[in-house]
Design a protein around this ligand. Structure first.
Ligand SMILES: [Zn+2]
Length: 382
């Protein structure tokens, strides 16, 4: 079935307008449901969920072609990337497909260009944290900056902003990511590919020979990578890495769990930044969804940061009871330097939602195969 020209661009453009991070194409047997992830919540795009099967299929096929994936391959997962021009500007898309019992599922992560230039000071970090980061760079002595948090806590955003700051000062930045989600043309981005034996640790070894000012490791999650990173940090390289952890102290323990001696962790880690994102509920409906927030219930997300400087990290790591006494489920917020600030996304949803999403170019299925911006059928999301 032929795909109406510009349909994919409209879906993406609407996603940008709604501040969606992802678009899901969920196969349900005969149809493909279209869902946006907005501020962490899954919102069925009601107006477009009536897409007939072939049309949804056609969109996924077009995505696969644009992202240089194998069109005919539906039995294995694939990843791809494409830069798309939409009514709301250029958007980088990372496309990932997997086979499911109900059919091929695709998820598209959106990286609008207008959001790509997020600067460090725009993340809402406390001043003390910013100046600690600056000091580490100025001293130039090497070491590791750990950015910790759970999945979806915005760790990559923070790391990229940190790296971008140094690129503007003329630094050479090499990143090792699995996968590379956001393309940043000022970085030298390396993608891990385990199928080729191109693992995090292999990439890291190779990157160290490329004379970088900063090395960014997408995630430290294996012993080898942890050991190389710590050794590199101790020999004068500046490393920034993310770690999956429930709080700042647990981030340090992660390295210990991976077999690095606590004393080496203490010597190499310069700063731990732990963060999480909390929903900012809509003022008007307190989360239940209303016209003011396009039914999402959430108008943005704020970041909370926890910082552990080198002295605090050392004191914790070198205290004999650290493992027994540390329980991230009971964070002692009072003794941490914690601040709550708004991420840049304190950005609100557009105010024009009263007139309906359809106004903003969301495609509405009028009858199977026909798409129009029909104002009578409001594209209200639920
Ligand atoms: Zn609301």
């Amino acid at each position: 079935m032929a795909l109406r020209e510009g349909l994919l661009e409209e879906l993406v453009s609407t996603g940008i307008w709604l501040q969606a991070s992802d678009i899901h194409f969920d196969p349900t047997g005969e149809a493909i449901r279209l869902i946006y992830r907005i501020h962490g919540r899954l919102i069925a795009a009601d107006a477009v969920s009536h897409l007939p099967h072939e049309t949804s299929r056609a969109i996924v096929s077009r995505l696969k072609v644009l992202a240089r994936m194998q069109l005919g391959e539906q039995r294995r997962g694939q990843d791809g990337h494409v830069r798309l021009e939409t009514a709301r500007g250029i958007c980088d898309l990372r496309v990932a497909t997997v086979p499911t019992l109900a059919g091929e599922r695709a998820v598209v992560r959106l990286f609008p260009e207008e959001h790509a230039s997020l600067q460090l000071h725009e993340l809402g970090m406390p001043h003390a944290m910013l100046s600690s980061l600056q000091r580490i760079v100025q001293e130039g002595a090497g070491g590791i900056v750990l950015v910790a948090g759970k999945i979806g806590a915005g760790k990559s955003t923070t790391l990229h902003a940190l790296m971008r700051e140094h690129v503007t000062q003329g630094a050479s930045v090499i990143t090792i990511e699995d996968p590379v989600e956001r393309r940043v043309y000022a970085f030298h981005q390396m993608a891990v590919d385990d199928r080729l034996g191109w693992s995090f640790s292999e990439c890291l070894r190779a990157a160290l020979r490329q004379d970088p000012d900063w090395l960014m490791i997408g995630e430290i999650r294996d012993a080898e990578t942890a050991h190389i990173a710590v050794r590199a940090g101790l020999t004068g390289h500046l490393i920034a890495a993310t770690v999956h952890a429930d709080d700042a102290r647990q981030a340090l323990l992660r390295l210990v769990e991976l077999g690095v001696a606590p004393s080496l962790v203490a010597q190499s880690v310069r700063l731990v930044v732990w963060q999480r994102l909390a929903e900012v509920l809509c003022d008007h409906c307190q989360g239940s969804g209303c016209e003011q927030c396009a039914g999402v219930g959430v108008t943005g997300r704020k970041a909370e940061f926890q910082v552990l400087d080198r002295m605090e990290a050392q004191r914790f790591l070198l205290s004999p009871e650290r493992v027994d006494k540390h329980d991230p489920r009971k964070p002692k917020w009072s003794d941490e330097r914690t601040e709550v600030r708004h991420f840049v996304s304190a950005s609100r949803l557009p105010r024009r939602v009263k007139r309906g999403v359809a106004d903003e170019g969301l495609v509405v299925a009028e009858s199977p195969g026909v798409f129009t911006n029909d104002r009578r059928r409001s594209g209200r999301l639920e």
